[in-house]
Design a binder for this molecule. Structure first.
Ligand SMILES: O=C(O)CCC(=O)C(=O)O
Length: 310
């Protein structure tokens, strides 16, 4: 079981999140738990899985000498320590008030490893994450209150390619074509998205085990890791209970060449009869808050619910 520190956000945190679109949490994980999770991330990229199943969708992995970004979605399906973390009701309780929801479900997770390219790598863009709004990738979902918990598995700042947010950009609404996670040119994207807005680019400076939580409309991205060590992070995307499928927002998304669009790998999990209004519920979208006593038997891992009253 992965233990999660009993953390409460200070009373001012809610107002800060509403105003700025993101916040930084206290340390969520002790050092020994972080070490286990770093091992979990590395095992994922060596294709060592705890379960006899395949990854949920494409695995972005490269030989270890490559400077490209490595990424797996829904690592919680594959690795039991990640499963125990992602299903944590303590983390669910933390994000519930930010999403203004009594119920919290998992949308999906990401394990991300950004290789270090050293101090001379400033122009190395292979592992950049373009400025984007998460919701632009998730437009098939009905809620714009979804949020992301980004857990640093080591001290993280600009030097090792830490995430940056554009403060207050969650108030700009959905920006057309901002599903640009995979674009590498941050300057070009800034030019495209800033418009008349103040562009306040702020690094999320995190000690190992701390996390940022950002609103799904908050623009964020990251540049190269200029150290020689990998930057590892575990990222959990949450949705409020009751989030439903909106249908094919762009009917040709990712079908026709040149259309990036909003098609999302979560939709096929609704099955062949999926229709607008269907809830993202059931086994693939676990409810992590309020704590369901059957969660552990259903998913075959222990979770740290210590001291929690739903
Ligand atoms: O890891 C990064 O630098 C950005 C990750 C991201 O886009 C996210 O957490 O939504």
């Amino acid at each position: 079981m992965i233990k999660v520190n009993p953390v409460q956000l200070p009373p001012a945190a809610l107002a800060e999140y509403r105003e700025r679109g993101y916040l930084i949490t206290p340390k969520l994980l002790a050092d020994d738990q972080l070490e286990r999770l770093r091992v979990a991330v590395d095992r994922l990229f060596r294709y060592e899985y705890d379960r006899d199943i395949y990854p949920f969708d494409r695995v972005y992995t490269y030989d270890l000498a490559s400077p490209e970004l490595r990424k797996v979605n829904n690592g919680w399906w594959l690795n039991d320590d990640m499963r125990s973390l992602v299903l944590s009701p303590k983390l669910g309780a933390l994000v519930a008030p930010l999403m203004e929801s009594d119920t919290v479900r998992i949308w999906h997770d990401q394990a991300v490893l950004k290789p270090g390219v050293g101090p001379s790598g400033a122009n190395f863009k292979a592992a950049n994450i373009g400025w984007h709004q998460d919701y632009a990738h998730w437009q098939v979902a009905s809620s714009q209150r979804m949020c992301t918990l980004w857990i640093a598995l080591q001290d993280t700042d600009l030097q090792n390619g830490g995430m940056r947010t554009i403060v207050g950009s969650h108030k700009w609404g959905l920006i057309p074509d901002s599903d640009s996670f995979h674009d590498k040119d941050l300057d070009q994207l800034k030019h495209k998205y800033a418009g008349q807005h103040d562009w306040l680019d702020e690094p999320c400076v995190l000690k190992a085990g701390e996390a940022s939580i950002h609103h799904c409309l908050c623009l964020h991205g990251s540049g190269p890791n200029l150290t020689h060590d990998p930057r590892r992070s575990l990222i959990i995307h949450y949705m409020p209970g009751g989030t439903a499928y909106r249908g094919r927002v762009d009917p040709f998304a990712k079908i026709l060449p040149g259309r990036k669009g909003n098609r999302h790998a979560n939709v096929p999990l609704l099955g062949p009869n999926a229709k607008p209004g269907d809830l993202f519920e059931g086994e693939a979208f676990p409810q992590v808050w309020p704590f369901d006593p059957q969660l552990e038997s259903r998913y075959g891992v222990a979770v740290d619910a210590g001291g929690l009253v739903s």
